[in-house]
Design a protein. Structure first.
Length: 213
């Protein structure tokens, strides 16, 4: 299924801190006693880069954030899915347990954007970590105009919220450790150390990569 992801609301915090909570403390990890404001700014940029890298590597979101799943070809109808040829699979995990799907909208054949009703028009199912949206029992996906409208609305738009929580302490430890290694690799100027640190970071994440399809 062809799709695009568009960020709507980024995470309000990062899963690592430069100072404060020792469990998430980049300063402690790097053994920095009193980093200057310039170093702190650099570390904050490295933390964000590490989070984005780890999220893309694992197909996960760590801190709760809102995204649009955009389907340029309308609702799916393929035999290569898990439960049904009509399923929409959310490509990132974990989906927020309550209220994870904000809306499902589509362009009808007249080009007017419509909103489906949760429970009446569609249901959200889970298969392991994967979150799947299906038509409600006895229903089918409506016909769509398979063309983006003048306002940039796609034929199908699914808005979802994913992440482990709203604070860094909710993120599993192996992901935090991998991000710390990524920050250290960016902070360390030694190329040999960089490669070794990145290998260790990838090893921590490889066992938990999510494959949406």
């Amino acid at each position: 299924m062809e799709y695009f992801l568009k960020e709507v609301t980024p995470p309000t915090v990062e899963p690592l801190l430069v100072g404060g909570d020792v469990k998430l403390d980049v300063k402690v990890h790097l053994r920095l006693d009193a980093p200057t404001p310039e170093v702190i700014a650099c570390l904050n940029n490295l933390i964000k880069a590490a989070r984005r890298w780890a999220e893309n590597f694992t197909s996960r979101f760590f801190i709760e954030q809102t995204w649009d799943l955009l389907l340029p070809n309308g609702f799916p109808n393929s035999a290569s899915y898990t439960l049904s040829s009509n399923e929409i699979r959310i490509p990132r995990v974990p989906l927020k347990a309550v209220g994870g799907i904000t809306h499902v909208k589509y362009l009808d054949t007249a080009g007017v954007q419509q909103t489906l009703v949760a429970g009446t028009d569609y249901v959200v199912a889970a298969r392991g970590e994967a979150a799947i949206i299906l038509p409600a029992y006895g229903k089918s996906w409506p016909a769509t105009r398979q063309w983006i409208d003048a306002s940039g609305n796609y034929p199908v738009e699914v808005r979802f919220i994913a992440g482990y929580g709203t604070t860094g302490t909710t993120v599993p430890e192996n992901y935090r450790q991998a991000m710390l290694l990524h920050v250290e690799a960016g902070y360390d100027r030694d190329p040999e150390n960089h490669d070794l640190l990145m290998e260790r970071a990838e090893a921590l994440l490889s066992q938990d990569r999510f494959s949406p399809w």
